[in-house]
Write a protein that binds this ligand. Structure first.
Ligand code: 2NL
Length: 340
């Protein structure tokens, strides 16, 4: 093989080394360039056939080419190994300084939210937020509220009676009775909480639901005060000014008693399906606390008087969010709850 061929072979192999795209490809080039069966090894073996004066220069040439190839292989090897590492680091990159994802965050049930909003509102107006037992006695749930012994609410059909004459409270009024007994006048309090009625469950009836009652007892409290506080309450719930009207309504524990309506927030008066074409939507019951109720709890009705109200928190949540079936609020389905 003439010297020129060896030099051509060298530049060919150098080019292959420079363009080898992976460490595997480079290893194949290495075997071809420097392996036992390579052209260079062959040329080395054939040196013995040369004349002694040619042998020295051929030996130098072969050594120089081998060194050049080895250097090029080593350099390319470094480059390929470096970029392989970089590719892996890019793919497996993980920022350990980021905060950990942590547990999934939950949120309050819409009923809890509306209850807490109203607690905050009434606290700011000077009302105490009271709690009481869910299992009550007949006196605090019925007698103290001027509900006669033969009233249908006391029937098996409406009340969950427990052994020993106890019952599951049918409203939060007994909490207010206990409040009157304990605090005495003047007083302002609200009693939010869970109540129970023996209802057949359907889209608008539950055996377990949430109420908020409240009362204010002082000297010279009038229906004007009642209207002011109810307007403030409903404007806060619906996030805008509301127009209210009172109609006569009967509850044994107030006199006079009222049903309170607001002007329909959807149509504003002319009539629509939500207000059933009447322009008004019933919201709550209220009235001036009955003198018998005050007297039974040790408050002199000649000196003190006040208003009381009761509303269904469950119903309010359904109106505010446009929920059409009361059962969604209790069945714990996350597809429903995650919308709030
Ligand atoms: C309604 C009506 C009402 C009351 C609740 C009350 C409590 C005491 C004394 C006097 Cl201790 N009144 N509460 C008064 C009027 C109406 O609720 O429809 N609730 C959902």
């Amino acid at each position: 093989m003439p010297d020129r061929s060896i030099e051509e072979l060298e530049s060919l192999l150098l080019a292959r080394i420079a363009t080898a795209a992976s460490e595997e490809e480079l290893e194949a080039v290495r075997v071809e360039a420097l392996g036992r069966k390579s052209a260079l090894a062959q040329a080395g073996k054939e040196m013995g056939k040369l004349a002694p004066e040619e042998r020295a220069s051929r030996g130098k040439l072969i050594n120089r080419v081998r060194q050049n190839l080895e250097q090029a292989l080593e350099a390319r090897q470094q480059t390929l190994a470096g970029s392989a590492l970089r590719t892996r680091l890019d793919a497996e990159w993980l920022d350990l300084t980021l905060p950990a994802p942590g547990p999934r965050r939950g949120h309050l049930h819409p009923l809890t939210r509306i209850q807490r909003e109203l607690e905050a509102l009434f606290s700011s107006l000077g009302f105490a937020v009271l709690d009481g037992p869910e299992v009550e006695d007949e006196y605090h749930n019925f007698d103290a509220l001027n509900i006669p012994r033969d009233h249908p609410a006391r029937d098996m059909q409406d009340t969950f009676w427990l052994e020993g004459g106890q019952l599951a409270r049918t409203h939060t009024s007994p909490v207010q009775v206990r409040g009157m007994e304990r605090l005495g006048p003047p007083l302002r309090m609200i009693a939010p909480g869970r109540v129970f009625r023996n209802e057949s469950v359907d889209a608008s009836h539950e055996h377990t639901f949430y109420q908020l009652e409240g009362m204010m007892i002082d000297r010279d409290v009038s229906v004007a005060h009642l209207i002011y506080f109810m307007k403030t309450l409903l404007s806060a719930v619906f996030g805008r000014d509301v127009t209210v009207r009172l109609r006569p309504g009967f509850f044994p524990f107030v006199e006079p008693g009222f049903e309170l309506d607001i002007q329909c927030l959807i149509c504003g008066g002319p009539g629509c399906p939500v207000c059933k074409q009447s322009g008004w939507v019933e919201q709550m019951g209220c009235g001036m606390v009955h003198p018998n109720v005050l007297r039974l709890s040790g408050i002199d009705p000649e000196v003190w008087g006040g208003f009381a109200f009761g509303l269904g928190l469950t119903r309010l949540v359904m109106m505010r969010y446009g929920i059409d079936d009361i059962r969604h609020l209790q069945d714990g389905d996350l597809r429903f709850l995650e919308q709030f």
